[in-house]
Write a protein that binds this ligand. Structure first.
Ligand SMILES: [Fe+2]
Length: 291
């Protein structure tokens, strides 16, 4: 089977769950297309769960709870039933261990909004079987790229691979006042600052102008970009982009269409929530793929 597309989503603030946006519309559209193509399940790396030392963990809690989502009415998420995919979780664990990772099952992990916000938006009717892989707290770009390349073969079986983090995501440099005072997360009292615009453009260029191993090199190299530390005060919202580049950056992926910026939503003045699709659904590929 031809490989499924891969997605890098910027989940933004918690209010992206409760408020309408073009990003939310794009997530829903991606979910609808995934269901139309009968995906087997979802494999995700988020931005809020990391394992220490050299470990990786896979979520294997059969009935996980949800951590609360600030600034969002509970009716938007409390009744959504999560579907941990334990059989696929065991397969992913074995694949990671065979590739040399110190990977372990975590049967206590409670899911966090970085992953279930996206699942609710993509699949509001029903959560598909989902496997979550932790980050590693050393935040090595090449390590996370390799995690993505290790699970990449599952794309050929109909699994959807998603990284959820942020294109520009520095909580220390956001303008929080309109959200805290008025619940207005989309307020733009001033334009985004130059460093945010610069880094956002570089993220778009890397994802949309590179295919195959060049994509892996471009995305992992972004962590050395002059504005990287301005755009990401911490690394936790970027290494899932490296994971995505591993899952979408094989030589075989050179034959796919270039990555596409599907939607983008600015929040809190300086946080840029860019949404990328890498590859395309079988049957919808165009002549551009071979250009
Ligand atoms: Fe987050």
């Amino acid at each position: 089977m031809a490989p499924t597309p891969v997605f890098f989503y910027s989940h933004g603030s918690t209010m992206m769950l409760g408020e309408q946006s073009s990003s939310a519309d794009f997530w829903k559209q991606c979910g609808d297309e995934a269901l139309a193509h009968n995906i087997k399940g979802v494999i995700m790396m988020g931005a809020h769960w990391d394992a220490t030392s050299d470990r990786l963990e896979v979520a294997m809690n059969p009935s996980p709870g949800k951590s609360p989502v600030a600034y969002v009415h509970p009716s938007k998420y409390v009744n959504y039933k999560l579907e941990p995919d334990l059989p696929t979780g065991n397969r992913v664990l074995a694949m990671l261990q065979d590739a040399g990772f110190n990977a372990h099952a975590n049967d206590k992990f409670e899911w966090i909004h970085d992953t279930y916000l996206i699942l609710i938006r993509m699949f509001p009717e029903k959560c598909p079987p989902t496997t979550i892989i932790s980050m590693n707290a050393r935040f090595d770009p090449h390590f996370h790229m390799k995690v993505g390349s290790t699970v990449r073969p599952l794309r050929n079986e109909g699994y959807l691979i998603i990284g959820t983090g942020g294109a520009v995501h520095n909580l220390y440099r956001n303008r929080w006042a309109p959200m805290l005072k008025y619940r207005d997360n989309f307020a733009q009292e001033t334009p985004p600052e130059k460093w945010a615009l610069e880094f956002r453009q570089s993220v778009e260029d890397c994802f949309t102008q590179n295919r195959g191993p060049a994509l892996r090199r471009a995305v992992t190299r972004l962590m050395k970009h002059p504005q990287y530390r301005d755009a990401h005060a911490t690394d936790d919202h970027f290494v899932s982009a490296c994971f995505v580049s591993g899952a979408a950056g094989d030589w075989e992926d050179e034959e796919q269409e270039k990555g596409r910026l599907g939607a983008e939503t600015w929040e809190l003045t300086n946080m840029c929530n860019s949404q990328f699709m890498l590859g395309s659904w079988p049957g919808s590929r165009t002549a551009a793929a071979t250009a």
